[in-house]
Design a binder for this molecule. Sequence first.
Ligand SMILES: NC(=O)c1ccc[n+]([C@@H]2O[C@H](COP(=O)([O-])OP(=O)(O)OC[C@H]3O[C@@H](n4cnc5c(N)ncnc54)[C@H](OP(=O)(O)O)[C@@H]3O)[C@@H](O)[C@H]2O)c1
Length: 276
Amino acid sequence: MSRILVTGATGNVGRHVVTRLAEAGLRVRALVRDPARARLPEGVEVVRGDLTAPETLAPALDDVEIVFLVWPGFAAKTAQPVIDLIAAHARRIVYLSAHVSDTDEPVTFHQELERSIRHSGLNWTFLRPGGFAANTLGWADQIREGVVRWPYGRASRALIHERDIAAVAVHVLTSAGHGGAAYALSGPERLTQAEQVAVIGEVIGREVRWEDQPPQEARERLLAAWGDATFVDGALAAWSTFVDTPEEVTDTVEKLLGRPALTFRQWAEDHETDFR
Ligand SMILES: NC(=O)c1ccc[n+]([C@@H]2O[C@H](COP(=O)([O-])OP(=O)(O)OC[C@H]3O[C@@H](n4cnc5c(N)ncnc54)[C@H](OP(=O)(O)O)[C@@H]3O)[C@@H](O)[C@H]2O)c1
């Protein structure tokens, strides 16, 4: 039986991928930076490694056939050596990308990674989700206070449950016929940011108000919180775009899994305790 290496194994998506593969009795190895803090299910082999230090990755890649790759952060500095290493050990790669277009002139780090992977000789599949429902966890403190003050309340998004991304990943990792596919993934419906907050309020049984924050004020606050100006400006530009051009809804989850994608309300119910 082939061994699957999962990176980002402690994150939103990777944790579900690892758990599902282990439950299915597959040989799964998790790459983590700190095994003592990983808290992964029994049966998962945990190996230390850091994607920003390619020289640490050889033990994790030993005897691996397929890699599920999550690229953390924004810098792609070590991406090429990491892809080269994976190609030297494994046969297939499933890359958690984002909703980007094909290009050989990358602008984003996901496009850069995709280009390296396309030229690596690996059998590849790209998962290209839009916004994660889990991003709304960033509002948890404000939701507890009863008011979310954030820019672009009318930005309309088709947020996806991390469990759906993981289910698609497991399906692709464990079945044939996905080589060269780039799957655009989304939730099943669109909700504006203000509507997302209302749904969370309904689920936790409290009234939560939306207050539109001027973008310039939001920029200053997000810069202080996130640090990276390119990322902050990219996020603000995307939300502004989603006011007039709502995020695309795709039927890829349903086509691949044979069941509808999970709704934002289902996501909120799964995360109820995170907002209390
Ligand atoms: N949020 C969105 O709306 C969205 C949309 C589309 C695509 N994406 C993409 O999804 C990916 C994030 O997925 P996620 O939300 O599941 O992850 P996440 O919850 O943000 O967790 C990041 C994971 O990466 C690991 N990690 C961080 N630095 C690392 C390093 N130097 N070496 C090895 N592992 C490292 C972390 O492990 P430890 O900290 O435990 O070591 C953790 O498991 C990103 O590439 C993002 O661009 C996100």
